[in-house]
Design a protein around this ligand. Structure first.
Ligand code: SF4
Ligand code: FES
Length: 248
């Protein structure tokens, strides 16, 4: 714990930008009372409620499930609701919005390109013929072995950290990005899904898997410890096997 935090106070240096009145972004520094277990999100709420009601940031679940509070905090991609102030090895908590996405106001960024890429991969199950008899609203059963294959990709909370961290998204606006490609892999790996050929065609483009340079930034950035690069590699493997070599 830093000296400041043990004294019961902590500084928050926060990125500010209001396109309606600011020419340039800048930082505001706030001094807060810290308390055991306090998260960065709670610190932002303290600022909002006690010092500056104009501060803009996103949140929803406050328990690392919705993905909306992803920020760039002291040089790392983190969920603000999951990050305790005492776990940051510094006297100052430096809070930035997700880099490489257009700032809307303060810590809020425009997630449109991220969600456009997500929708482009048809992120829903397209059931195989033998499952089509299942009554609407009922589950499509799956055996535990096949379900196990989905353990990693289903944990994605669409926080956008991987997308923001990827050097290919910085230079290619139309790149689908790690999260959308991981979602495509999630359905290709699903034994109940029947759209593998279409899915591989969608991702096997210059804006898809072949644009990934295996930089691993996404793996490092993911606050849920997921591995989008693994998903992309699996899609490459399946594309070569099924689409190019005609394997079953
Ligand atoms: S893969 Fe990880 S970093 Fe990327 S959107 Fe999903 S949870 Fe966030
Ligand atoms: S508020 Fe939902 S993940 Fe942080």
């Amino acid at each position: 714990m830093s000296a400041n935090q043990s004294n019961g106070s902590i500084k928050f240096k926060v990125f500010r930008f209001d396109p309606d009145k600011d020419q340039q972004p800048y930082y505001d520094t706030f001094e807060l009372e810290s308390r055991p277990g306090m998260t960065v999100l709670e610190g932002l709420f303290d600022i909002l409620e006690r010092q500056d009601g104009s501060l803009a940031f996103r949140y929803s679940c406050r328990e690392a499930i919705c993905g909306s509070c992803a920020l760039y905090i002291n040089g790392a991609y983190r969920l603000a609701c999951q990050t305790q102030v005492s776990h940051i090895d510094s006297d100052e908590v430096v809070v930035n919005p997700l880099p490489a996405l257009q700032p809307v106001k303060d810590l809020v960024v425009d997630m449109t390109p991220f969600f456009e890429a997500y929708h482009a991969v048809d992120p829903y199950l397209q059931p195989a013929e033998d499952l089509k008899h299942v009554e609407e609203g009922k589950e499509y059963y799956q055996n535990p072995k096949d379900r196990k294959k989905l353990d990693m990709p289903v944990d994605c909370i669409l926080c956008g950290s991987c997308y923001s961290s990827c050097p290919t998204t910085w230079t290619h606006e139309d790149y689908l990005g790690p999260a959308a490609l991981l979602k495509a892999y999630r359905f290709v790996a699903d034994s109940r899904d029947d759209a593998t050929a279409d899915r591989l065609s969608t991702v096997s483009t210059e804006s898809g898997i072949w644009r990934c340079h295996t930089a691993y930034n996404c793996v490092e950035a993911c606050p849920k410890d997921l591995n989008p690069t693994f998903g992309i590699q699996q899609l490459k493997k399946q594309t070569v096997g099924k689409l190019l070599l005609g394997r079953k």
